[in-house]
Write a protein of this length. Structure first.
Lengths: 376, 181, 192
């Protein structure tokens, strides 16, 4: 598309310090009046050099660092790293650990969706929905504090199983948390998602056809909102997802409203999964196999379905040489879902549809970006 | 103690008023920003103490650095700090900008932000809990009330602020009387 | 405790039919668990022949490019991860090896749009150049790092950081002294 730089077309920096920016990223917009002609991402404000730092540290220190790659949803990153390491070692975790991992991961997904509500409803000026979502998330953080010891970065999912045993009133406590959260989510549905102002603002915005979504590399609720039923929990059946019965949430149009509704449905489905996992969980049994400290040579790819999309951890290990000892991995690579959403998908939407500056918070919010994912 | 420090160390009307309304810049720097929403909204509502996120740095009082600072963010932070009108304060949270923290051998983070900005309050932790951030804000309030702020700010003569306010009120009354006859 | 076969990934007959002659028998199954994948190892000059074929047979979901540095064999290894939405999420992995002194390869962004940005990353972290790519620049590392591509194995970033910030010492760092508020052990032989 040829954009003529006439006197009306100006280029604006939607910089990192902005209430409408989703965290610490910047966008360069090309604007004609109110309409946005082109958008470009400027990342790098959160770059820490993880992949280089991980080559200097032991593999359990790497697990601690890998949780800090995505702040809002740290358990799935740890799960991907754990899967990759377990493939290199060639073992499978015990039964009890699989179910507890499912419960922890689903709670992390719930907490991440409730935080997404804050980023989404805040710029639209629906601050009541923000308050309810954060109040519900507080209950989940207290549960995490009780079971794993920390509110945000748990380091509970460990290669070989889970880190320590669950407390004795695990089932009652979890069901109490779910009973507390469910009315709040129903209030959110009635008060925000069915609100006529929100429906008017989000319907027919950012339409993404299924063929385009797959071609541009979208994953997660962005892909499922367009109608493609692609969910790694059902297809790959890692951990204990093979024994749990749940459905895949999908939309049909592919606009911002459908993507938001997909996340709401996922919140209900998560609660269902947790209830089933708790009832099927074995109480006795080992919770972790002890691994030998030296990593064998090999290669492992861990793919999980995180709250935002598909997260991949690719770990390669060679026999001890000049650059890596027996305890440190040779190369660790992470690829988060946000890079595809904020670069190719956003450019495609902006170029093919009339988006004004006022629509940008709703559009970027419906794609649910997590900026540390792009520049780990 | 020097003269200016003596003048700074008394509590007056200006300090009382400034400590009760602290506006922070709306900028989620990094990790530690996740524990601020429970402060601003549901359980611990710091708006009762007068703390509010302001959208633009020209109307803000405190710059909150929430987490690690990369070199690219440091440029933005310095610019924001110089855009804030005086009196301004700086609060730094998390271990990473204090001593290097978890990313001590990273090639792109700043190890001690003390070399670039004058810091008033440090909130340690990785990450600091919601109550820790609240404690940080309360201590900042106490510090402003007692006048123990590190960053330079204009020193007013005793009673200067009250005079300015009364003068402004009188001018406005005169203009109103003229307009209404 | 050994890993069981829990996901059947069979050799894709349609893919093998359409591949060029020299790669028809080089497709292998590797990995276990969620990493179970089909692997092909190709020559870097054949990239433009293999990728369109792969996209036609249904591997349409591009995931990422991993670059591995082998300084002892003097190669860069590029690993393309591609998945398929139609074959229930199966993973296909294409590997190539580039010479370390002059790493040049064709760009894949005309076939998979997401490869554009993954190639910018490979350029700024490793120094690999891509033909017909018009946007190679320091994107993530823009103001964060000046110097050789940091993820190469012969660039020791830890030593650079220690020299720059900590005066060359790993323990007893000067930053730690300052954070203690001036309290330090008065040995007399520590100089900043």
């Amino acid at each position: 598309m040829v954009i003529r730089m006439s006197k009306r077309v100006i280029s604006i920096f939607l910089g990192p310090q902005h209430p409408g920016a989703p965290g610490n990223v910047a966008f360069k917009l090309l604007v004609d009046g109110e309409r946005v002609l082109d958008i470009e991402l400027v990342p790098g404000f959160l770059h820490r050099g993880f992949e280089k730092m991980m080559e200097y540290r032991r593999w359990d220190m790497d697990l601690v660092m890998s949780a800090r790659i995505c702040v809002e949803d740290p358990d799935h990153v740890e799960l991907a790293f754990t899967h990759a390491l377990e493939q290199i070692y060639g073992i499978e975790p015990p039964e009890k650990a699989k179910y507890v991992r499912v419960v922890v991961a689903e709670f992390s997904r719930l907490a991440s969706h409730l935080l997404w509500m804050m980023h989404f409803a805040g710029p639209i000026a629906a601050r009541y929905a923000t308050s309810w979502a954060i109040a519900a998330r507080e209950e989940i953080l207290k549960w995490f504090d009780y079971v794993t010891g920390h509110r945000i970065y748990h380091h509970y999912i460990f290669p070989g199983g889970i880190r320590w045993d669950i407390p004795s009133d695990f089932k009652e406590r979890t069901l109490k948390v779910l009973k507390h959260i469910e009315p709040l989510i129903r209030d959110l549905e009635k008060g925000f998602f069915k609100h006529p102002i929100f429906v008017k603002r989000a319907r027919d915005l950012g339409r993404l056809k299924p063929g385009d979504a797959i071609r541009l590399g979208a994953t997660g609720p962005v892909l499922r909102g367009s109608g493609v039923k692609h969910d790694l929990r059902k297809l790959l059946k890692y951990d204990a997802y093979g024994e749990i019965d749940f459905e895949i949430a999908h939309g049909e149009y592919g606009d911002a409203y459908d993507r938001a509704m997909v996340r709401l449905k996922e919140m209900y489905i998560s609660m269902e999964i947790i209830k089933q996992a708790i009832s099927k969980m074995p109480i006795d049994g080992p919770y972790r196999w002890r691994l030998q400290p030296a990593i064998p040579a090999g290669e492992g790819i861990g793919r999980v379905e995180s709250a935002r999309g598909e997260f991949i951890a690719h770990i390669i290990n060679k026999p001890p040489n000049k650059f890596s000892g027996p305890l440190t991995p040779y190369r660790v690579k992470f690829r988060g879902p946000t890079m595809a959403h904020l670069t190719t998908v956003l450019k495609h939407i902006v170029r093919n549809e009339e988006i004004t500056i006022a629509d940008l918070p709703v559009l970027i919010g419906s794609l649910d970006p997590c900026p540390p994912d792009i520049d780990r | 103690m020097t003269d200016s420090a003596k003048r700074r160390k008394r509590t007056g009307f200006a300090e009382w008023v400034r400590s009760r309304s602290i506006w922070m810049i709306h900028y989620c720097t990094a990790c530690g920003a996740i524990e601020l929403p429970p402060n601003m909204m549901a359980p611990l509502d710091i708006e009762r103490w007068g703390v509010m996120p302001a959208p633009s740095p020209r109307q803000a009082d405190v710059l909150v650095v929430m987490g690690y600072v990369t070199k690219k963010t440091l440029k933005v932070l310095m610019r924001l700090y110089h855009q804030m009108p005086e009196p301004r304060y700086v609060m730094v949270g998390c271990n990473c900008p204090a001593t290097g923290g978890l990313y001590w051998d990273s090639y792109s983070t700043i190890k001690a932000i003390d070399e670039f900005l004058p810091v008033d309050i440090w909130v340690p932790g990785c990450m600091p809990r919601a109550e820790d951030w609240l404690q940080g804000f309360l201590r900042l309030r106490q510090k402003i009330l007692e006048g123990r702020i590190k960053s330079p700010r204009p020193i007013e003569e005793p009673g200067e602020l009250e005079e300015m306010i009364y003068r402004e009120v009188k001018l406005r009354e005169k203009a109103m009387i003229e307009a209404r006859g | 405790m050994k890993l069981e076969v829990d996901q059947i990934v069979d050799l894709d007959k349609k893919l093998i039919e359409k591949l060029p002659e020299e790669y028809k028998d080089k497709v292998v199954i590797k990995g276990s668990g969620t990493g179970k994948r089909l692997e092909i190892e190709i020559d870097p000059l054949d990239l433009c022949k293999v990728l369109p074929v792969v996209k036609e047979t249904g591997y349409d979901h591009f995931l990422g490019i991993t670059v591995i540095d082998h300084p002892d064999e003097n190669v860069f290894e590029l690993v393309y991860l591609i998945s398929s939405t139609k074959r229930s999420g199966a993973l296909l992995v294409i590997r190539t090896k580039l010479n370390r002194d002059n790493p040049v390869i064709d760009t894949a962004s005309f076939i998979y749009p997401l490869a554009y940005y993954q190639e910018i990353e490979a350029y700024e972290f490793f120094g690999i150049k891509f033909n017909n790519h018009d946007g190679l620049k320091l994107w993530i590392l823009e103001d964060n790092w000046r110097g050789p591509p940091p993820l190469r194995k012969d660039v020791d970033t830890r030593k650079i950081v220690l020299d720059l910030y900590y005066g060359g010492k790993r323990y007893e760092r000067p930053v730690q002294w300052r954070s203690l508020g001036g309290l330090r052990n008065t040995n007399g032989d520590q100089n900043e």
